[in-house]
Write a protein that binds this ligand. Structure first.
Ligand code: TXA
Ligand code: MG
Length: 338
């Protein structure tokens, strides 16, 4: 156990003192949790192998799952990739800083611990003053996976980070709730057409508007390219079951199952308004807009987990825009295969 320090920082105008303290922790090879516009990240100096090892350790992350390098300006791209393709520039101009991670061919100077030995590297420029200030203050890239214990829902508040990683990291920068609530979209632009390896905070439609058709249902061999998608993810401790959007009858039927009579159940709903009242069932209504649902979904799963419910029933959302990312996370949270 190490002592985890906790600092509050302004989300709009981060205080230089806090940023400078965080950067010196990174400089010493320590770990800092910090906010981005998507979820909280766990930062380490991208050029310090022993710090990167600590990231995997603190999260309990499988070593075959590579990390995203966070940058603050495109001039630093040359440290990570020798050939940033034209389509990358088009995307960067349009969407950076923002919730889009680009997978590109890597240079040899970047550590294998960052890329998990792949011949590509993932880079993104986050759209959050604290994240950008931290990268600038350190003066080089930071690697940052989501700041949760591996397999758990990603953290959208500093409290979530504390719940998972207190005692395992050096510092938590608290700048309030993250805006988007699901992680960045990961797009492999070494392929043509580019392949969406992870559906996230930037919608497929928005990307296609700018660069035309992309592949969104990668074939199996392409899944191999995104090791993260193989592992179990986003799961609360409770079992998760999904019910169709607006399907009050399916919800009632699910809750009426005899094996659930003795269980405590949390329901996360956005459009279903009629639900059976029972002492073992609590209901949380989120949304109803997709932006609000994505903003609240991980926090809601964590909240019911904290209450210790046995089962969480979640109403599905439409698979368009941010709904693609939300449904992807919900399906993974509800699958018990890995
Ligand atoms: O929004 C986000 O992306 C957050 C914030 C903190 O920036 N970060 C995040 O990192 O979600 P993480 O480590 O939880 O997820 C990174 C994803 C994983 O699915 C990983 O497999 C994939 O990016 N990835 C990283 N490098 C890759 C590479 N070279 N090729 C393919 N996939 C890669
Ligand atoms: Mg993650």
């Amino acid at each position: 156990m190490i002592e985890t320090k906790y600092l509050t920082v302004s989300a709009e105008y981060p205080e230089h003192e806090a940023i400078s303290e965080a950067a010196s922790v990174l400089n010493r090879g320590g770990l800092v949790a910090f906010p981005t516009e998507t979820v909280y990240g766990l930062a380490a100096d991208a050029f310090n192998d022993s710090a990167i090892r600590k990231v995997y350790e603190a999260k309990g992350r499988p070593s075959d799952n590579p990390l995203i390098v966070h940058i603050a300006d495109t001039s630093s791209l040359a440290s990570y990739t020798a050939a940033f393709p034209e389509v990358g520039w088009t995307l960067a101009r349009t969407f950076w800083p923002g919730p889009l991670t680009l997978v590109v061919h890597r240079t040899n100077t970047i550590s294998d611990l960052v890329t998990a030995g792949l011949d590509t590297v993932a880079v993104r420029m986050p759209n959050h003053p604290v994240a950008l200030a931290l990268v600038r203050e350190l003066g080089r890239g930071i690697v940052a996976p989501s700041a949760n214990t591996s397999g758990r829902p990603s953290p959208t508040t500093a409290q979530h980070v504390f719940d998972d990683l207190n005692g395992a990291i050096d510092l938590i920068l608290d700048a309030g709730e993250t805006r988007i609530g699901v992680e960045s979209s990961v797009l492999d632009i070494t392929q043509s057409p580019p392949v969406l390896l992870r559906k996230g905070g930037l919608s497929r439609e928005a990307i296609e508007m700018v660069i035309g058709r992309i592949e969104t249902d990668p074939r199996h061999d392409l899944i191999q390219r995104s090791p993260g998608t193989r592992h179990r993810h986003y799961s609360p401790r409770a079992e998760v079951r999904l019910v169709g959007k607006g399907n009050a009858a399916e919800l009632s039927k699910t809750l009426a199952k005899p094996d659930l009579k003795t269980k405590t159940i949390g329901c996360i709903l956005h459009s279903i308004r009629e639900f059976p009242q029972a002492s073992n069932v609590s209901v949380k209504v989120i949304g109803p807009e997709l932006e609000k649902i994505s903003h609240q979904i991980f926090a809601s799963l964590r909240e019911f987990d904290k209450q210790g419910v046995d089962l969480i029933v979640v109403e599905e959302v439409e698979e368009e825009g941010l709904g693609l990312a939300v449904m992807d996370r919900l399906r993974r949270a509800s699958s018990r295969d890995e």
